[in-house]
Unconditional design. Structure first.
Length: 312
């Protein structure tokens, strides 16, 4: 009997280990796919002269349709539930436009104005903004870990945007502005849909938000107007961004949360700026000096500092 119990404990622990490993792998794949999307976008903007607005309509619209189809036919969800309660619609539209769509768009614009690595690292500042907003709107003073994370993030950002020359910006003012707005949109994207996600599945919320964003940017820049010249590289790049950089990366990240905690998933999300930066350096000959590297590491370290102070 003792041996049987021991075997049962071993199998249970082994299953937990396998589940944790599976969740970690899914989170890493999702982060890598989103990160690689940056250099691919940079390639499309530099060499193929695509408009971020044109690309937004395509990538969000198609991704939204496929995510909703996955939600409907695989998860068997009732997609129209979200639209049946008017009090949910206002918050959802705010999330779709100023959260999800804003993050997607400002990321592409920041990549276009600077490079994939810088854009992805600046996006990581959204975590620090959440700490600041929590302190302001919920009268909750930051603990010592959160306070340290804010200071480290500010120092890292300053090194990143000045390249060590602390009195002069090394990136353009528009690039820095859109990068900071990207971080703000990232914080909004995280905080705004909290109550929605208690009522509806994340697939349904994000699928509809993607579709709303795709329709919005199709109105702003119809995909049949000023159509870019399609080469094999253009087609492959757009297909990668739609199906892998947007849709697959989200599905991998969401499903990873079945097996690992959001804290662990957040730490593994640091693979995102790593893959974006390495991709920009290797394939697009983007250069980063030592100060930028240190600044990027400091910004990314805030995820681990906040994790140390998390009770869950």
């Amino acid at each position: 009997m003792y041996l049987i119990l021991e075997l049962g404990v071993y199998i249970l622990d082994n299953n937990k280990t396998r589940n944790h490993l599976l969740g970690s792998i899914l989170a890493i794949i999702g982060a890598l796919l989103w990160g690689i999307q940056g250099p691919v976008s940079q390639f499309l903007f530099q060499d193929n002269h695509l408009s971020p607005e044109w690309l937004m309509g395509i990538k969000m619209g198609i991704s939204g349709i496929f995510i909703l189809m996955f939600s409907k036919f695989y998860r068997k969800e009732h997609l129209m539930q979200l639209w049946k309660k008017p009090k949910n619609i206002f918050v959802f539209i705010m999330y779709a436009v100023f959260g999800l769509a804003a993050v997607q768009y400002l990321y592409l614009v920041t990549v276009n104005l600077s490079n994939a690595g810088t854009a992805t690292i600046l996006q990581s500042l959204g975590t620090v903004l959440i700490v600041i907003f929590t302190a302001i709107f919920y009268n909750k003073l930051p603990n010592k870990f959160e306070f340290i994370a804010v200071i480290v993030a500010l120092v890292g950002t300053w090194l990143l945007v000045t390249r060590g020359n602390l009195t002069q910006l090394s990136i353009s003012t528009p690039a820095l502005t859109t990068g900071l707005l990207l971080a703000l949109a990232g914080a909004i994207q995280t905080m705004l849909p909290v109550n929605l996600l208690k009522k509806f599945s994340s697939l349904m919320v994000v699928g509809w938000a993607m579709l709303v964003g795709g329709i919005l940017f199709t109105i702003i820049h119809p995909f049949w107007v000023e159509v870019p010249k399609f080469t094999l590289g253009t087609i492959l790049g757009v297909l990668f961004i739609v199906f892998f950089g947007t849709m697959a990366s989200f599905l991998c990240f969401i499903n990873s949360l079945k097996f690992i905690s959001p804290t662990v998933a957040g730490m593994l999300d640091t693979f995102e700026p790593l893959s974006a930066t390495l991709g920009a350096i290797i394939f697009l000959n983007t250069s980063f000096n030592g100060y930028e590297v240190i600044g990027g590491i400091l910004i990314l370290s805030t995820v681990f500092i906040l994790a140390l102070g998390s009770k869950k």
